[in-house]
Design a protein around this ligand. Structure first.
Ligand SMILES: Cc1ncc(COP(=O)(O)O)c(C=O)c1O
Length: 359
């Protein structure tokens, strides 16, 4: 056996591997997974039927161009099909956007803390991450982000609402920010949680993209639509950004099962948005419950809440897990807790209350 090993790109050194939310332990009394911002509802029967029918031909490659789905999405959003590009989850599309814009020597700006894939996919491309701290209220500091733009900046992520804090930026401040960013820098509005937004002042990125060629919007079927396991997300962007996404796509990366389930989900939108409405109601109940217990919880427009626990983060996560709810700790910072089924939220609230009383 040779003593040497293959030469790997130096950029990979020190890149953390993406950490998925911990699964709920099996075999225990009760265990709820509130660690990955998933949709707690099972697939709708109609969506399931269409996915199963598609499974009958998985000996064939899928439709590379996702023709049926793009037609459906174009109608749904009132955009040309040429402005749409799909990928293996919106994280896959985000990675393609970086590949298309940034390499060694280039900079990618995003808020921190935000979606933990941003530093990983930036560094995989060899580009330099520029992390701009959130404000004291855990909101994007858009003025500081605009100030961070240099002639090396190629892409800026604005995660709205932000993962893991749930906070969202509003129309006037986002428009002011977009007006400040040079037209040759791509601004990606990552709206993975858009369907959970209830504040009318939080803009729909699709409206902002229309007359701004340097704005792309990322959406996913993983959260509100409940298709996380099928891996399908998409971008809405002007040419040539959408064309660049088609070039950087892994061929046949989106399965036919995912495409068909996405089409069926768009057609079942009323029912799915009813579920989203129930989760939003639960969100308000959980947040108010926590505030009533004395916690400080930022206003959230997503399907999760954020508790800034600092040094007590890991303890809190361990107590929750022992009680049967798996939350998402960010060591030294806080925990993100997904809004789940009513019983899961109740159990979490009881656990948080007991922890608070011991403080
Ligand atoms: C802000 C944000 N963007 C993108 C994603 C990726 O979702 P997916 O790849 O499942 O579409 C997530 C998932 O947690 C997220 O929180």
């Amino acid at each position: 056996m040779s003593e040497t090993s293959p030469k790997l790109r130096a950029e990979l050194d020190g890149i953390p591997t993406y950490k998925p939310g911990r699964p709920a332990a099996s075999g225990g009394p009760v265990a709820y997974k509130l660690s990955s911002n998933e949709n707690p509802y099972p697939p709708l029967p109609g969506v399931m039927d269409r996915a199963i029918a598609a499974a009958g031909s998985f000996n064939r490659y899928p439709d590379l161009a996702c023709t049926g789905l793009l037609t459906e999405l174009a109608g749904r959003f009132g955009v040309p099909a040429a402005h749409l590009a799909t990928g293996t989850g919106s994280v896959g599309v985000a990675q393609q956007l970086i590949q298309a814009t940034a390499g060694p020597g280039d900079e990618v700006v995003y808020a921190w803390r935000s979606f933990e894939a941003y530093p990983i996919i930036t560094r995989i491309s060899g580009a330099t991450p520029v992390e701009v701290p959130l404000t004291g209220e855990d909101v994007h500091d858009l003025d500081a982000m605009a100030d961070a733009v240099t002639e090396r900046t190629r892409l800026i992520f604005v995660c709205n609402p932000n993962n893991p804090t749930g906070t969202a930026v509003r129309r006037a401040e986002l428009e002011r920010f977009l007006d400040r960013v040079p037209g040759d820098v791509l601004v990606v509005l990552d709206e993975a949680y858009r369907e959970f937004v209830r504040d009318p002042e939080v803009p729909d990125g699709v409206e902002l993209y229309r007359d701004r060629p340097n704005v792309a919007v990322l959406r996913t079927f993983s959260k509100a639509y409940g298709l996380a396991g099928l891996r399908i997300g998409f971008a809405i962007a002007h040419e040539p950004v959408a064309a660049a996404l088609r070039k950087t796509a892994v061929p046949f990366g989106v399965s036919q099962i995912a495409q068909e389930a996405a089409i069926a989900s768009l057609r079942a939108e009323d029912e799915l948005m009813g579920r989203v409405g129930s989760l939003v109601t639960e969100r308000a109940r959980v947040r108010q419950g926590l505030v009533g217990q004395g916690w400080t919880v930022p206003e959230t427009e997503a399907n999760f809440v954020w508790l800034r626990l600092g040094a007590r983060t890991q303890d809190f996560a361990a107590v929750c897990e022992a009680a049967g709810v798996v939350v998402r700790p960010f060591a030294g910072e806080g925990v993100r807790v997904t809004i789940g089924e009513h019983e899961a939220n109740d159990l979490f609230l009881r656990t948080a209350e007991a922890f608070r009383k011991e403080l």
